[in-house]
Design a protein around this ligand. Structure first.
Ligand code: ADP
Length: 527
């Protein structure tokens, strides 16, 4: 049965949806794990059984629908079973990565006020979020152990509604506090259905997931795999830093599809491209989270010319918004990748500064997302929720809300949208408006530059300065830094040319694998 047949099933819960395709093929692998040279397979039947066992264990703690369960874990078969169990009982899960610094884990616990916090038994004990007034315990093959059970409160709810919360993901907030994106069962399931209609994988695929559990990209991977009746392959995160070992996991597990941020490919392309070219099973790559530098994409295509590359654009507020195939091969003159127009069942609108919808090609506007897969709001933040979930600009009288993404795009002559950066990456340099993205693009045009970042450095009492970081191809002779500045000055006004320019070996990445701007700024301070 193809995933398309499932689209008519109304209002499944998160767990019901994820287990539906595999219920027809219970002996097929649902999760394929790799640890220390061995591969372990969990079938759909086993996954369903351990989810049911966890759900029964959760029943001991007198939790009510809506009570949060914080889960500190990497992606694993056990973690998936626990997510499914929480969803089955109407307990919103709050995934937190053991990689997150202790202070951040504590802040999330403080904000989310979970009734229960469960840490994977495989994590070291210091991964637990510390002293918070909640039930604390662990989960693993031995079941759920809660030495400090929560104190049951009065029950307020009787039945789970599809609009109830499935999970809360805490992302970085502009205020400096993590922002909790609240997703309902209905929203996440309608996203999954829209994604599956894109037919990215089939039941025979094995989908490698490389993102930390607290990044909703990992939940996208889960939906893509299980929703298709395919297997999920969690790649142990520490191995991503070692290109040979990363590829070894893909080879050993028979991964046919790899999902992740663009930076997971950087070391592989640099150090072991021939090993990537030789992988026997890999058919597709889906990337998301930031733009994939086109020079690296071309390299990937040269190594595996028949591989399907999908650019997935979106934000946590709707898990993702669109999927677009990268042209095969990517034409030499292409500088920007299409991001599509919204996945099946959703639509990306382009809105001008005057609030009207832009139809014509070439005009930059902000993207607004109309979708049944939108988040409910930001946890405990009605102000930020109202600023992001705004009246439909096409028909404001309808009362319908759409998501204001804060991302800019323009429409190409082909009707596709092309990402043009964040509206808040627009900065003022000596009174002039500068799009950091534009500077970054220019830097990437310099011969031999493979990665680049432009950012603003602000020091008290001083004018903001434009800083740039560039990484050169190993073969390209690192140019004098001033050559790159001169190159910028050739096509841009002086205020757009970086006054601080650094050639570096690699751009640092944050926990999610995106370029870490804070680290770059810090590196300037320490230089
Ligand atoms: P995600 O989980 O999709 O990365 P985040 O909420 O962490 O979502 O970040 C969302 C932002 O990341 C988007 O608003 C956009 O600026 C950027 N982004 C996501 N996907 C892409 C993409 N394919 N191309 C360019 N930028 C992207």
């Amino acid at each position: 049965m193809s995933p398309g047949h499932l689209t008519h099933v109304p209002d499944q819960r998160f767990d019901e949806f994820l287990l539906a395709a595999g219920a027809l093929t219970p002996e097929r692998p649902a999760v394929v794990e790799y640890a220390e040279g061995t591969v372990r397979t969990t079938t759909f039947r086993e996954l369903q059984d351990s989810a049911a066992r966890y759900a029964a264990e959760l029943d001991r703690y007198g939790l009510d629908i809506g009570d949060r369960v914080m889960i500190v874990s990497d992606m694993s078969a056990q973690a998936v079973a626990l997510l499914l169990a929480c969803a089955a009982r109407g307990l919103p899960f709050v995934p937190v990565s053991p990689e997150a610094p202790p202070e951040r884990r504590a802040t999330i616990a403080e904000l989310a006020e979970p009734a229960l916090c469960l840490t994977a038994a495989s994590c070291d004990a210091t991964a637990a979020p510390g002293a918070t007034p909640v039930g604390q315990g662990s989960f693993g093959p031995e079941g759920i152990r809660v030495p400090h059970p929560p104190v049951p409160g009065a029950r307020r709810r009787r039945a789970l509604a599809p609009t109830d919360t499935a999970y809360i993901i805490f992302t970085s907030g502009t205020t400096g506090r993590p922002k909790g994106v609240v997703m309902s069962h209905r929203a996440v399931v309608s996203f999954y259905r829209g994604m599956l209609a894109e037919r990215i994988v089939g039941a025979d695929d094995r989908v490698a997931s490389t993102s930390p559990l607290q990044f909703d990209f990992s939940l996208l991977d889960l939906g893509l795999a299980l929703g298709s009746g395919a297997a999920l392959v969690p790649v142990p995160r520490p191995l991503l830093r070692w290109p040979t070992r990363f590829l070894k996991v893909l080879r050993a597990t028979g991964a046919t599809q790899v999902n992740g941020v663009p930076s997971i490919w950087r070391q592989v392309l640099r150090h072991v491209p021939e090993q990537l070219a030789e992988l026997p099973d890999l058919r597709g790559v889906l990337f998301c989270g930031e733009e994939f530098p086109t020079s690296e994409l071309r390299h990937l295509q040269r190594l595996r010319p028949r591989m399907r590359l999908v650019n997935c654009y979106g934000a946590t507020e709707s898990m993702a918004a669109s999927f677009a195939d990268v042209p095969r091969p990517l034409p030499e003159e292409t500088r920007r990748l299409p991001i599509g127009q919204g996945h099946t069942g959703a639509e990306l609108l382009l809105v001008g500064e005057d609030g009207t919808v832009i139809e014509e090609a070439g005009t930059v506007g902000e993207m607004y997302l109309r979708s049944p897969a939108l988040f409910s709001g930001y946890w405990a933040d009605p102000g930020a929720s109202a600023a992001a979930l705004v009246p439909d600009p096409v028909e404001p009288r309808s009362g319908q809300r759409v998501f204001r993404t804060g991302d800019l795009a323009c429409r190409g002559d082909d009707g596709e949208l092309y990402f043009c950066g964040r509206n808040d990456s627009q900065v003022q340099i000596r009174g002039n408006r500068v799009e950091l993205n534009e500077v970054q693009r220019r830097l990437l045009e310099f011969p031999g530059v493979t990665e680049a970042a432009a950012l603003v450095v602000e020091s008290p009492g001083q004018e903001p300065e434009l800083a740039a970081f560039v990484v050169f191809d190993e073969e390209a002779r690192p140019a004098d830094e001033s050559d790159v500045v001169a190159f910028c000055l050739r096509s841009m006004p002086a205020y757009m040319a970086p006054s601080l320019m650094r050639v570096t070996d690699a751009l640092p990445v944050n926990q999610h694998g995106k370029t870490d701007h804070r680290k770059l700024v810090a590196s300037l301070a320490s230089a």
